[in-house]
Design a protein around this ligand. Structure first.
Ligand SMILES: NC(=O)c1ccc[n+]([C@@H]2O[C@H](COP(=O)([O-])OP(=O)(O)OC[C@H]3O[C@@H](n4cnc5c(N)ncnc54)[C@H](OP(=O)(O)O)[C@@H]3O)[C@@H](O)[C@H]2O)c1
Length: 245
């Protein structure tokens, strides 16, 4: 069994703990301010790999601390990816191993491909305006979701008629080269993302709905198993693709 640390003992951390043994992991460490534990050799308790689901402000520092201490990391925290270039250099310098991703659901990663293909089909259909819409539970700390940002990036890259995404509410008429991506936070919704193409006559909508956090936790554990014999910085989609050695 591989010794696993759970960093961030919240909704995702607890779900990962519940499923860990099914994927040959033994949870030897739980690190969370609420438990009075921190990322240090004593509290890591000889963990070989850590899964990190905390919050945007602390994720980058958490990952760097693990790398510094020779612990491999799978990070699912969203809202910190502006530090990726710095992390890439740090990981290369220290010989660390990290997988990151905004959405560890294998289905969502297929949804990215479906949205890319739809955008390629729709790119010359000038009468159709694209929109995005995402919903999550009321405890989510960042908005828009990291997944929404990935979807927006795909659409901006593929659709020549769109140059920018607007996440905020619009107090004016939307320009033709903008597309609107709205966020709703309520109740206990595990995660829903919709991409639509709307015209005067009809509307086409693609939707991904997470039924629970379980699929996301399984994806994180698969990434941790995959990372156990790898070195470097990887995005989750490389895990699904079989990855580069
Ligand atoms: N990639 C994916 O597939 C995926 C899936 C689901 C969620 N997420 C993301 O993962 C993150 C966590 O989600 P969640 O639903 O599990 O949130 P959550 O229930 O709020 O859990 C986060 C936990 O981390 C703790 N924490 C905060 N700072 C920490 C630190 N420096 N070290 C260790 N623990 C720390 C929090 O404690 P306090 O409450 O005391 O701050 C809390 O117990 C969010 O960014 C979310 O967007 C990603």
């Amino acid at each position: 069994m591989i010794k696993l640390a759970i960093i961030g003992y919240g909704q995702m951390g607890k779900m990962i703990e519940k499923l860990a043994a099914n994927y040959d992991f033994e949870v030897v460490s739980r690190i969370d301010p609420r438990l009075g534990t921190e990322i240090c050799p004593k509290d890591l308790n000889d963990a070989e790999i850590a899964v990190e689901f905390t919050q945007p402000d602390t994720a980058f520092a958490n990952i760097c601390k693990c790398v510094e201490l020779g612990v491999k990391v799978v990070s699912g925290t969203t809202g910190w990816h502006e530090h990726l270039l710095k992390l890439k250099n740090f990981v290369a310098d220290k010989g660390g191993s990290v997988v990151y991703g905004s959405n560890f659901s294998p289905g969502m990663n297929k949804f990215y491909e479906i949205v890319r293909a739809a955008a390629q089909i729709m790119k010359n259909m000038k009468d159709y305006d694209v929109y995005g819409y995402e919903m999550h539970h009321k405890y989510k700390k960042d908005s828009p979701s990291g997944t929404a940002k990935n979807l927006a990036k795909i659409l901006i890259n593929e659709l020549p008629q769109k140059d920018k995404v607007i996440y905020d509410s619009l107090q004016r008429i939307k320009a033709d080269d903008e597309f609107h991506f709205a966020s709703v936070r309520s109740g206990n919704i595990p995660g829903e993302h919709r991409i639509g193409f709307d015209s005067e006559y009809d509307s086409i909508e693609l939707r991904h709905t997470a039924r629970s956090r379980e699929g996301l936790a399984v994806g994180a554990l698969l990434a941790a198993a995959w990372l156990s014999n790898k070195q470097g910085l990887y995005e989750f989609k490389e895990v699904l693709a079989g990855g580069k050695d």
